[in-house]
Design a binder for this molecule. Sequence first.
Ligand SMILES: Cc1ncc(C[n+]2csc(CCOP(=O)(O)OP(=O)(O)O)c2C)c(N)n1
Ligand SMILES: [Mg+2]
Length: 206
Amino acid sequence: MATATGTDTKPMKAPMKPEDVLRVIAAGRGRAICVPTMTTSPAWRTIAPDDLSVGCVGFMGGASSMGLGLALARPDRRVIVLDGDGSLLMQLGSLATNAGAAPRNFVHLLFKNGVYHTSGAQGIPGGLDVDFVMMAKGAGYRVVTMIDDLEEFKRRLPELLAAGGPVFAELHTGLAEQTPMTARGGVAFHQQVENLRNALLKPRAR
Ligand SMILES: Cc1ncc(C[n+]2csc(CCOP(=O)(O)OP(=O)(O)O)c2C)c(N)n1
Ligand SMILES: [Mg+2]
């Protein structure tokens, strides 16, 4: 129990910078299809400006469903979803859908910042206390974990990407430098889909 003096509380660990986390993913993803959403979107299009990503902007909680469809359609490719905590909370049932479909090539990375940053940083219900790892495990994901340290993330990402999914990792991250509201633009959704389709149709060329 916390006290006014805070003497019996654990020291707070500084959250990882989301941009640093994204750079580690970009370096280790190989040919994986990536599905960023919310505050991962603006940074991802700078860090990984390729044709193998398709952003989920606007439909909260839809990123992992889009990733699931891609993973089922292309079992030869790994699919990495870069999700937001408020978004996932809005579509919690998607955890059971993803786990039930059991795609071995599906990696769900949750950027847990405790707020709806994109819409003004209002606190999400439960804030940072919501345990998404337990929820994913309860839903039936095969591999679940929490990571709050960048060096550990660097070390463990290859193992998470090689594991038989569905894989879920709750990443403790701070606020991104940009949101889709402060950094508008990027490639239109229909064009991203077209680019991804073209890239996937000639896998040997990539
Ligand atoms: C159904 C629905 N309700 C509200 C919104 C408005 N909205 C857009 S982004 C956002 C917050 C997203 O928060 P989170 O998923 O935690 O991502 P973060 O911005 O923190 O990266 C909200 C409330 C929306 N797009 N869809
Ligand atoms: Mg959030």
